[in-house]
Design a protein around this ligand. Structure first.
Ligand code: SF4
Ligand code: SF4
Length: 442
């Protein structure tokens, strides 16, 4: 089997984003292979953990990926404040005589957005709606690259390292078999320290907020990297409750057209024609100017405009999410009118320091929590979704009652379709099959 086939067989998908199948992404030839170790969302530490503890694996896999895609440059992006991780990676680069270089960045948000990272590393703007391939680059996060190393050794993706932080008894980075319930993970970390809480699956800016009740049915998938436990009345939870009608009324009543949302918009700063203040003006005046409203399609939903920039507490991001839905319903897509995109000259001064963002998000209380490491959970039951990222569902190749071994393939992606195989993350008996495969340990 060649490397692409091994990656496909092991079910590797992007570990830090939407879960794009890695064997599809790496089937290309480019100049740059960039490893994203920036994890710019506040409080998250799983990628940092990987770079500190799995640097040998990451560097070896990076070399192989570099050869596969013909990359002249292999660049690992991480923050300049990651002293231990820099030391570990430098040691591994030397040990394996790797040509990988480190790109050190200040701690700003969203340094880990792949469009921003590509701009920082190679100085080119990916066109709106485009992907790094458009400027000769491929970006994978450090967790994905580690999984490629495992695939090189014929080991499938069956666990994740998850940051559990916030109102939790034992904040940890914990190794979790795919399909373990979120409830079990919280229990293993000593449980929540407060009675009324909600959870953020992922980072506080872009992660999905779920209730304590929803956590009962939610399981860890290949794309999960963090669980943040926050009080039910936390600012971030309260903001999510505002309805779209209320947001529109707020825009009418309170948008002062200060432009701060546009001036700080990371996509606008790399030259994309995205002007959230104009979208808000259109909404406020009920003027649905097609060209302006269409700009919502190129919003990456980073949340800077509403959680950091807007002095009036308005919600340009959520307005954009709403508009995107409406535009897609009508089949309207973004089309670039030019291929020239020039970054804002003041961009450097408009970057948002992560430290300041943490305070703005009212999360500074959790910033200095020391996380337990090397924790592991051994669940007695897992529920493995047949689809965990972009693409089609996999087809189950086991039946209820079958005995399966940890690491055994249990769902395969149909030939010619995009998707990723799934594997048993524990040994046991298949107890149920629907959109997930449930396995009970024996
Ligand atoms: S920052 Fe807020 S008040 Fe200012 S233009 Fe944008 S939405 Fe309006
Ligand atoms: S969420 Fe706001 S700041 Fe972020 S890309 Fe969209 S418009 Fe720009």
């Amino acid at each position: 089997m060649d490397l692409l086939e091994k990656i496909k067989a092991s079910g590797v998908i992007g570990a830090g984003g939407a879960g794009f199948p890695t064997h599809v992404k790496l089937n290309c030839k480019v100049d740059y292979f960039i490893i994203n170790g920036l994890e710019c969302e506040p409080l998250l530490q799983s990628d940092k953990y990987m770079m500190r503890n799995k640097s040998d694996e990451i560097v070896q896999a990076a070399e192989e990926i570099g050869k596969l895609i013909g990359a002249m440059h292999i660049v690992i992006g991480l923050k300049e404040e990651y002293f231990e991780e820099i030391k570990a990676l430098k040691k591994s680069i030397e040990k394996f005589n790797s040509r990988a270089e480190l790109h050190l960045s200040k701690a700003f948000y969203p340094a880990g957005d792949e469009q921003i990272l590509v701009y920082e590393v190679i100085g080119k703007t990916i066109p709106p709606g485009g992907i790094p391939l458009n400027v000769g680059a491929v970006v994978s996060n450090s967790g994905t690259v580690f999984n490629v190393f495992e695939a090189m050794e014929d080991k499938p993706v069956i666990y994740k390292f998850v940051t559990v932080i916030g109102e939790i008894d034992k904040p940890s980075i914990i190794k979790v078999p795919i399909g373990t319930s979120v409830r079990e993970v919280l229990k293993k970390c000593g449980g929540a320290t407060i009675k009324d809480y909600d959870l953020i699956m992922g980072g506080p800016m872009m992660g999905k907020k779920i209730s304590k009740g929803e956590a009962e049915s939610r399981v860890i998938t290949k794309t999960d990297g963090a669980i943040i436990v926050i009080p039910k009345n936390h600012y971030l939870v309260e903001r999510e409750k505002v309805t779209i009608e209320h947001m529109k009324n707020q825009a009418k009543a309170a948008c002062i057209q200060c432009h701060f949302c546009t001036e700080m918009c990371p996509r606008n700063l790399i030259g994309h024609p995205l002007n959230p203040h104009k979208i808000m003006r259109n909404i406020a005046l009920d003027e649905m100017n097609d060209m302006t409203i269409k700009e919502a399609l190129i919003c990456c939903e980073c949340g800077v405009c509403e959680l950091y920039a807007c002095p009036m507490g308005l919600s340009p991001k959520r307005i954009n999410v709403y508009l995107k839905g409406k535009l897609r319903e009508k089949g309207i897509r973004w089309e670039n009118k030019t291929d020239k995109f020039t970054a804002e000259v003041l961009r450097e001064y408009r970057k948002i320091p992560t430290e300041r963002l943490v305070v703005r998000l009212q999360l500074n209380k959790y910033k200095r929590q020391r996380l337990l490491e090397n924790e592991e959970i051994n669940p007695i039951e897992v529920r493995i979704p047949l689809r965990q990222g972009i693409g089609a569902d996999t087809n189950p190749i086991v039946n209820v009652g079958d005995i399966v071994e940890k690491g055994q393939v249990i769902g395969i992606v149909e030939e010619g379709k995009m998707g990723a195989n799934v594997h048993a993350s524990i040994s046991g008996v298949v107890s149920e099959i629907n959109s997930d495969i449930s396995i009970k340990a024996t």
